[in-house]
Design a protein around this ligand. Structure first.
Ligand code: ADP
Length: 395
């Protein structure tokens, strides 16, 4: 069975087409600037190409993806019927979804109801689902939620200390995100250390543009750093992460800006970009810091310090930790970032081996043999989790 995995954003769409017989990626790519001038599809399959083609909406974009898969010269299938199922990344499943599900009318409405909680993410996810219903009407579609993995968090981890009525009325609570990534990484860690996942306490640090830490006990999420929205927790590329909530009103008053504008600043103009004034990209910041740029240095230091503090908190929450795993763009590829974060982790018994740490983009143990917890790098693969869940539900 071959599965199309879709991750639909407001003006972009990432896709992978995976053969579940061997979990090989047959083709993958990206559509950008959907609904705008200059929309483009970047495809990698039997050949690699970039085509600028009009895409007025997600349906048009997915139409181009299907054309690329079916192309008589370089396509990877000869009949549309070979698309066995479609797996969608859906960002917010609220409290309704604790696992992936086949999308029917009820599920669709429930995802719609969660738009309030993820106004930037769930509507484009629904557009992708609508487009597939129109283009592939007889194909099953599955929703894989970023939030579902964290639904095992206990009440004391997910409730905020604000009047309880807001939880009851509006479902204001911690949901957490990057669930598919954290889930994939802990599964791989258990395989790598060759111990049952049920017996492991693992802290995963997903460090990309978006970043979150997750504490898992026996394969279940116990706590995670993102909250009601992906804004909470770690410092990120452009997001502030945790801050004193009083700052919002203070700056709002001083600068005469609305809560919505403030939210935009905290999401898009803060984080390492805001502090450095230079870039949201960690590669740029590492390079600038090396050349002596003080603001880049401090932006990175704030980031590393916050990651380390969260790992420390979660070691306490878990009453001990067996493995700490780094993943996502920065976590997988930056020995420098891992070394800086690990400087703090001696406090909990984790000792990075600089020689082993010199690794990029592949699975590796990077601590000394007698370090407990052990430190690992595990490249994430959210698309594979989406494909596996989709396969399990629809085969
Ligand atoms: P997202 O999926 O959240 O957009 P990624 O997981 O792709 O993000 O991570 C992107 C981040 O990873 C970028 O800030 C990028 O600079 C960083 N990154 C990727 N490769 C490296 C590297 N070799 N060294 C340092 N940072 C890197």
């Amino acid at each position: 069975m071959k599965i199309l995995v879709l991750n639909c954003g407001s003006s972009s769409l990432k896709y992978q087409f995976i053969d579940m017989e061997n979990e090989n990626v047959l083709a993958k790519g990206l559509c950008e600037r959907i609904g705008a001038e200059g929309s483009i599809i970047k495809h990698q399959g039997k050949v690699e190409f970039k085509n600028e083609v009009p895409m007025s909406d997600h349906k048009a974009a997915i139409g181009h993806v299907i054309d690329a898969l079916l192309n008589s010269d370089h396509g990877v299938i000869s009949d549309i019927k070979e698309v066995g199922a479609v797996g969608h990344r859906v960002v917010h499943g609220g409290e309704k979804f604790t696992r992936s599900v086949i999308i029917d009318d009820q599920v669709y409405s429930a995802i719609q109801e969660c738009c309030d909680l993820a106004p930037l993410h769930n509507p484009p996810n629904l557009m992708g689902i609508d487009a597939c219903s129109a283009l592939l009407p007889s194909v099953d579609q599955v929703a894989v939620f970023d939030t579902a993995f964290h639904q095992t968090m206990p009440e004391h981890a997910y409730l905020y200390a604000i009047p309880y009525e807001y939880y009851k009325k509006y479902k204001i609570r911690r949901y957490g995100f990057h669930g598919t990534s954290h889930k994939y990484v802990i599964k791989r860690v258990a395989e790598l250390v060759d111990e049952p996942i049920e017996e492991l306490r693992i802290i995963t640090a997903h460090l990309g543009n978006g970043a979150s830490v997750c504490a898992t006990d026996g394969g279940k999420s116990l706590d995670t750093s993102m909250g009601l929205t992906p804004l909470e927790g770690l410092v990120m590329g452009t997001r502030s992460g945790d801050l004193d909530p009083a700052i919002l009103a203070f700056i709002g008053k001083k600068e005469g800006i609305t809560p919505q504008e403030m939210e935009n600043i905290l999401n898009k103009k803060s984080g390492v970009l805001g502090v450095s004034g230079l870039s949201h990209d960690f590669r740029d910041l590492e390079e600038a810091a090396e050349k002596g740029n003080e603001r880049a240095k401090i932006a990175l230091e704030i980031f590393f310090y916050r990651v380390a503090k969260y790992i420390g908190q979660y070691a306490v929450a878990l009453k001990g930790v067996d493995v700490i795993a780094f993943t996502a763009g920065l976590g997988e590829n930056s020995p420098f970032a891992r070394a800086k974060i690990s400087q703090y982790l001696c406090a909990i018994g984790a000792y990075l081996d600089p020689a082993k740490n010199n690794v990029r983009g592949k699975e590796a143990m990077i601590s000394y043999d007698n370090s407990h917890p052990a430190l690992y790098v595990v490249p994430t693969n959210e698309e594979l989790v989406i494909a596996q869940d989709t396969f399990d539900l629809t085969r």
